[in-house]
Design a protein around this ligand. Sequence first.
Ligand code: XMP
Length: 511
Amino acid sequence: MEKIIVLDFGGQYNQLIARRVRQCKVYSEVLPFTAPLSKLEGDEIKGIIFTGGPNSVYDPSSPHVDPKIFSLGKPILGICYGAQLMAYTLGGKVEPTVKSEYGNIEIALKGASPFLEGVPEKSQVFMSHNDRVTLLPEGFRLTGSSEDCENAIFENQAKRLYATQFHPEVEHSVYGQKMIENFVLRICGCRGEWKASSFIDSQIQKIREQVGDKKVLCALSGGVDSSVTATLLDRAIGSNLTCVFVDHGLLRKGEADQVKSIFGNKDKYHLNFIPVDASSLFLERLKGVTEPEQKRKIIGKSFIDVFKEASKSIPHCEFLAQGTIYPDRIESGLGISATIKSHHNVGGLPKDIGFEGIVEPLKDLFKDEVREVGLMLGLPEDLIFRQPFPGPGLGIRIIGEVTPEKVEIVQNADAIFREEMKNSGYDKKSSQFFAALSNMRSVGVMGDSRTYDYAIVIRAVSTDDFMTAKPVDLPYSLLTRIADRIVNEVDGVNRVLYDFTSKPPATIEWE
Ligand code: XMP
């Protein structure tokens, strides 16, 4: 099977690159930069992509490659740190920038190239760098520049080496996917025949090999990721699977009943389904805790404690299955990248989880790929296109201490926001939207009296992959109607704020 290797130098977008390659219908695998050359040699490997990373190439402790990699005869695309590494290793010069470039920047093309076929003369790309290539190695030529970065795109066509200082893999780079497609299909010569059904077959096989005839407990929240995981496991091991739904008291208004009525319906779903009400345990453990990472860790551990307890009633239950997807892992600081936040099912897990092993069939996929697999497995569209809801739930949408009163405030405000988004049709134009409770109280006036109440924040974003996101342009009339309803109908709130920050630099959730 033809494949492209993504060599990981510790950037935040490594699997996103792999995913962009899969979008060209070519299989892609991420390997650490320490992978031996022998792993990069086979005929099935059609090309290599060097990722970005947080280091400076001239720092002796930064990740480097064996220079022989450039003599393997494989096309290589270097991105950001990867571009600097390529230039530096081959005799070019890399220096700190006078002014670091960050965000959406315009680049202008400086010459024709197979890598730039179909890319207009000027377009927007996403830059994030403090170093830049100031001298190209021999045999290289410049093909694109930005105002502050002359060597923004460069190449050695004869040796099939290409490099971009910016990140073509993120959505903000408008023609980035086109460049990756040019690299994979034109330069590496891949045919593009890989499909999602190959993923389902290979995962069913892997699950069977991993768990044998042991029983598996699957953490089922009713969201897209865990529902797809449960369905894959059901296909792989049938009645050896039990699904446990934990109500941690931090769900959206009415959600616990909804999940129980869907998966408890024996006519529709044939899963062994156990609902557990653990709300008092979670709320008790979160009392007085304000630090976001600590909250996430408490929630992660409490989930495991509840699953472990539930597994006692299932003989030979040795595996825990969860719907972890790639963005959960990368933000939790997978491998050598920085920890942004500990997703409850990864960085939030205790060291000893008390199960023999974890089954995570979706761990390398992005949300839209999970949805594609879910549809192929025959799950209903309304479940597949549900917006994501994080495992720690309202626990990370209540800034500061979580109390039952605050949970009620944010549940009520969120229910109004959701109703208005649905009525206006903006729910379909947003990938995720929610209300969060800021820990800020401010003075207001209600009737003839002074109030000193909380501010609710509303946030609606659009994204394909949840690694980057843009705020949705909600009409002013809708925003004011939502604000009026929330302050009038929800006790304890006297102000509504609209968060219109992109990710990056913000994240989607507030904690
Ligand atoms: P952030 O806030 O990191 O969120 O931009 C990206 C996506 O991940 C979801 N999210 C989580 N999902 N467990 C989850 O299952 C978690 O701990 C978690 N934290 C964030 C978030 O809702 C968004 O869709």
